[in-house]
Design a protein around this ligand. Sequence first.
Ligand code: ATP
Ligand code: MG
Ligand code: FE
Length: 338
Amino acid sequence: MLTLGIESSCDETSIAIIKEGREILANVISTQIPIHQKFGGVVPEIASRKHIVNIMPVLDEALQKADKKLSDIDQIAVAYGPGLVGALLVGVSAAKALAYSLDVPLIPVNHLEGHIFANFLSHPQLEPPFLALVVSGGHTALVNMKDYNKFSLMGETRDDAAGEAFDKVARLLGLPYPGGPQIDRLAKDGNPDAIDFPKALMEKNNYEFSFSGLKSAVINYIHNAKQKSIEINGADVAASFQKTVIDILVYKAITAAQKANMNTIVLAGGVAANSMLEAKLMEQCAQNDIKFYYPSKILCTDNAAMIACRGYYQSLKGKFADMDLNAVPHLTLTDWEE
Ligand code: ATP
Ligand code: MG
Ligand code: FE
């Protein structure tokens, strides 16, 4: 069973071919980061146009890498949301055209579920149940994964996502887009205890997040320093900010796992690539007798292999789409009960 996955929700055009749900034959990712860097963030119209230019060459490369022909493909999985509508439409249109012409099923995949399923590709032995902490560019959520097609949302962010906060703070410090990896690097030279930033919603049994106050606190800190002509130490700001985010994420993930009676935590989304977050969660999980998994770096950020993997498991329940499938820019993580 070969599943071809398509991802075009933001600034990566990606097509993957996977075998039996977990074996990656090809995972071609064409990133537009250098194009958007000039603007300090993703420009939606440019992203859509680049996806159109990239999608066929990426498809050809994926088939070549996997050493397969289009006629070998058994089903097409596509991320139909959340994301930028114009960007998503390129992937959805390509997926529909392929499914129609090859006469194979079309599988509509929630991009955020894809991030969680990236872990099944990195860890062949991993199986539900587990508690998933999704920390991506636009989302932060705790998901109780009872089974491949049975899960519920324990809580999410009320405002900014963790990745968004990383990107905004990086911008304040004059670092290029995307800011997460830049903060990660700069923080290594800073003192994480130099500045005491606020932690929101830290009360027990609260599995929601809020990062907008933290972002404002960093803005105020930099603004005040400038007014007093005090030179700010960027590395200290990066390290202190990063530590604050990680303390919140780690505390919430561990307490949520205990609440849900789960002895496994799985990290997902672009921020999962953060070296300090991985290290802290590993340490805290070990102390609390919890198993911990996170995806390989390349599978943390947007890629089509994770979409194909989620699509494969969804297909086992017959969750297919018709030719009227549309992009859903504000698609959310919701409960599944199959
Ligand atoms: P979403 O998945 O919510 O729709 P997205 O697809 O844009 O959003 P992802 O691809 O999951 O986001 O991840 C990109 C985010 O991950 C960016 O905010 C980026 O700054 C962040 N990120 C990537 N690497 C790191 C890192 N090492 N440390 C912290 N953040 C990181
Ligand atoms: Mg991206
Ligand atoms: Fe993503």
